[in-house]
Design a protein around this ligand. Sequence first.
Ligand code: FES
Length: 122
Amino acid sequence: MIQILYNAIILEHLDNPRNAGAMPDATVRGSATNPVCGDLLHLYLKLANEQIIAASFEAQSCPPCIAAASLLTVMLIAQSITAAQQLKPNDLKQALGGLPRNKEHCAHLALDALRDALAQTA
Ligand code: FES
């Protein structure tokens, strides 16, 4: 059933989530929750010289949210903080190969956690 709902990119990140887990020595942490579905996401970033050198996540969430967080960490590592600030939910949706309409807000949750983390760099 889950194969019918989600594309190959999402399924691959669900099978093999990247950078999952807390990062005790993170420079900044961001969190976001969606009060409607109850999903909760924590994002951890390690920063050096205006760059993201490591990223990880913890999620209590639906499958596409886990895939979105996993892929977002991959997209963030080695990015400049400035480039990360430019990321939009649509960039993540496209990188995921699309999301089911009723799961599009999962990409927004991931970007909300990113914005929360980056707000601490200001
Ligand atoms: Fe709500 Fe994933 S179902 S963020």
